[in-house]
Write a protein that binds this ligand. Structure first.
Ligand code: ZN
Length: 341
């Protein structure tokens, strides 16, 4: 298998070939047929846990097989499969880490080897936002950039780094987890086990929880009324809307989110000095009207000259960019293992 795998990998992806880009999410898994130019030709999606708990892998394999048949029906040869998963991946060992709470049945699995054995194609697996960073760098807002950082606040807070043309994965696959770096060293405990993490202030879950905490005892708050009086019904989009309508508690939470993102931009700009920072993910749409405020906050923390030279762009995320990212991962890995000069 190893010799055959090397043989299959040992060439660049051609213009005619396509990739299968697989985005495994906690709720939905999507598989797309993606061209070398980043165009998504075909896409299918299913609920990741459609067949019940513990059966996500079978569901993912079935979806890949269905999309593969569709690609082959269009006479498109598949070069490789790229897979993004919501957790850290030790890409050197091809093994998913133990921290994949949304798809626990994948924890510790050698997913690349398993899928290669099943499909007879080269398979590359990485953290979903690392893959998305490669996608933005190859096809999207960071095209042509030397270095790029993706910050992706969704339910949680993912991030990915491409530094001087290489994804930063770290020693054990935890590289780029900027969502769980502290922006407040004496902040509250985070669900990751840390304290004062960026995710507490700027992820969907963090924003909703922060709003609930501020509303405790404020029975007449407009935000609470907007949630039908049920604190558990408060979501990040509701908080952003209430802030725009002048609710003071919601405004305070949104201001904290902007400050936290500004502090992170300070860390990113001063620490890595990338050409481009892309803010994406499910929360990004709500952040578009706040771009000036976030950059103003970043100016309180970043070297001014370095910040001025950084292109910060807010791009609302969707499943297409995730599939494209997984395909970009496959293209990147195929091309770099091509031994020809
Ligand atoms: Zn954390």
């Amino acid at each position: 298998m190893r010799a055959r795998e090397r043989h299959v990998r040992a060439r660049r992806v051609t213009e005619r070939e396509v990739l299968l880009g697989v985005d495994v999410g906690g709720t939905t898994t999507s598989v797309g047929v993606v061209t070398r130019a980043g165009e998504v030709l075909v896409a299918q999606r299913v609920p990741t846990h459609r067949d019940g708990t513990g059966r996500a892998l079978e569901t993912i394999v079935e979806l890949i097989a269905a999309v593969r048949r569709e690609a082959e029906g269009r006479s498109r040869a598949i070069a490789a499969i790229g897979v993004g998963v919501p957790g850290p991946v030790d890409t050197r060992r091809g093994r998913i880490g133990e921290d994949v709470p949304h798809v626990p049945e994948l924890a510790g699995r050698a997913l690349a080897a398993e899928l290669t054995a099943r499909f007879g194609l080269p398979v590359f697996v990485d953290n979903d936002v690392n893959a998305q960073a490669l996608g933005e760098w190859m096809f999207g807002a960071g095209r042509g950039a030397c270095s790029l950082v993706v910050l992706a606040p969704g339910t949680g807070f993912g991030a990915g780094i491409v530094l001087e043309g290489r994804p930063v994965r770290g020693a054990a696959g935890f590289g780029g987890e900027l969502g769980h770096t502290p922006v407040k060293f004496d902040g509250p405990p985070c669900w990751c086990g840390g304290r004062g993490c960026l995710a507490l202030y700027a992820s969907g879950r963090g924003i909703a929880e922060a709003a609930r905490a501020r509303l405790a005892g404020l029975a007449g708050a407009p935000l609470l009324a907007a949630a039908g009086g049920d604190p558990l019904a408060i979501t990040a989009p509701l908080v952003f809307r209430a802030a725009r309508e002048g609710d003071p508690a919601a405004s305070a939470v949104v201001d904290e989110a902007c400050r936290a993102l500004g502090a992170m931009l300070g860390t990113v700009v001063n620490g890595l000095n990338p050409d481009v920072v892309v803010i994406t993910g499910g929360v990004a749409e709500s952040l578009v009207p706040l771009e000036a405020q976030i950059l103003k906050r970043a100016g309180e923390y970043a070297f001014h000259r370095a910040l001025a030279l950084t292109r910060v762009t807010i791009v609302p995320g969707d499943k297409r960019t995730s599939m494209r990212g997984a395909a970009a991962l496959a293209i990147y890995e195929m091309d770099r293992t091509d031994p020809r000069p």
